[in-house]
Design a protein around this ligand. Structure first.
Ligand code: N9Y
Ligand code: NI
Length: 187
């Protein structure tokens, strides 16, 4: 079971590396890793389990955060009525690739945080408001999907991790809350 002690923190060199593509077919170890990553997110969002194991709730996790430099990410975004509704998206993505994106940018009102960052870093993190991406699931099946708003932002945060990029790299250093007028703010 993945817990917080498995997650490396900023300053660790792996977080700055460009992770390696996973070669297909996906190995049983990689499949297990993907399943464990998704289970961590589900556990972290379950109040009882999170309390018992001191997990910080997360909606995404990238393999490099576990010191595994492979292009694998997991996302588990809960629906509106947390716990009761179906999740908006809950999957492991192998070799995810953004093949096109909107010109329109968007950022979260509250800025962003990261499970690998134990401090508050205030500021807007501008990202693409809509993305089209391709990826392989753990069964090796290829997918092509379109996402917008919050789910699109979560995926971009995770894909940044497999490219060695941290969310604060996108924050305006001089004026953290200064963004172009055409950037959509998502609450
Ligand atoms: C985990 C991050 C990923 C998100 C940050 C912004 C977009 C993607 C994460 C740190 C603390 C909060 C937590 C979070 C959450 C939100 C809604 C519902 C339940 C992956 N990470 N968080 N960041 N939790 N939980 O670093 O999930 O947003 O790379
Ligand atoms: Ni992160």
């Amino acid at each position: 079971m993945i817990t917080m002690k498995d997650i490396i923190k900023e300053g660790h060199p792996t977080l700055r590396m460009v992770a390696k593509e996973v070669t297909l077919p996906i190995s049983s170890e990689e499949k297990q890793l993907g399943e464990d990553m998704l289970q961590f997110l589900k556990n972290s969002q379950d109040p009882e389990i999170a309390e018992e194991y001191s997990l910080r709730a997360g909606v995404g996790l990238a393999a490099p955060q576990l010191d595994i430099s492979k292009r694998m990410i997991a996302v588990h975004i809960p629906g509106i009525e947390e716990g009761t509704d179906e999740p908006i998206i809950s999957t492991v993505m192998v070799n995810p690739k953004i093949i096109s994106h909107s010109v329109q940018s968007a950022c979260l009102t509250e800025g962003e945080g990261c499970l690998s960052v134990d401090r508050e870093v205030p500021g807007y993190v501008p990202r693409h408001s809509r993305i089209t991406l391709t990826y392989f699931d753990l069964t090796g099946e290829a997918h092509k999907i379109r996402l917008k708003n919050y789910p699109a932002i979560v995926i971009q945060h995770e894909i940044d991790h497999i490219n060695g990029i941290m969310f604060y790299d996108h924050i305006n250093q001089e004026q953290p809350f200064k963004i172009d007028d055409d950037v959509k703010i998502i609450s």
